[in-house]
Design a protein around this ligand. Sequence first.
Ligand SMILES: O=C(CO)[C@H](O)[C@H](O)COP(=O)(O)O
Length: 226
Amino acid sequence: MKRGGTDEQKRAAGESAADTVSDGIVVGLGTGSTTAYAIRELGRRVDAGLDIEGIPTSYQSRQLAREIGIPLTTLDDARPEVAIDGADQVAGGTLIKGGGAAHAREKLVDAAADRLLVVVDPTKEADVLDHPVPVEVLPDARRTVADAVADLGGDPQLRAAERKDGPVVTDNGNLVLDCDFGEIGDPATLASDLSALPGVLEHGLFVDLADEIHCGTADGVRVTRL
Ligand SMILES: O=C(CO)[C@H](O)[C@H](O)COP(=O)(O)O
């Protein structure tokens, strides 16, 4: 399910985005292995005197930020000027996210931010999105949403946990259907069709949300401004 480049590519992308963060702002802290490099770099800069607050998007990013001493706040109290987040696939400014099943809170924080910086490696870039779309559903809606996804032309698979028997349960207590639609020609329409299904908490299509893509490559970081 997850694609991934090298740790060096991920580190370069994460640190590149973290290095753009300026003093006195609130930063949305995304989830995943690439974003973790950004959070660690922000932690080093906080140690060196950078004055920021972070809004985590998951249990994982909250724990990491706490461990390394980034002061935290919430959307109740602040709006992020910038969010830094990873992606499972990116085409232009549109992303598929949710490989870590954190896409509901990620979308909340990323959409609230003035600017979204996306940190990826070259294995995540595509001309046309074709990665399965994670759809977080209320447990009772697992079957009805799966049927509706099939009606939309998708192939829904309940995400299984890797280190326990049974399904993945999200930070919100829900289940995830990974829905393969093949090539997604019209992400905006699919996004609104999925959002309209009763029992869907959130899906992983982030349509036109990205402002900058920081892609770590063997030759350095390629930054695309959208
Ligand atoms: O969407 C996400 C979590 O829900 C992640 O940002 C996405 O899966 C990318 O993760 P990684 O940087 O580990 O490849």
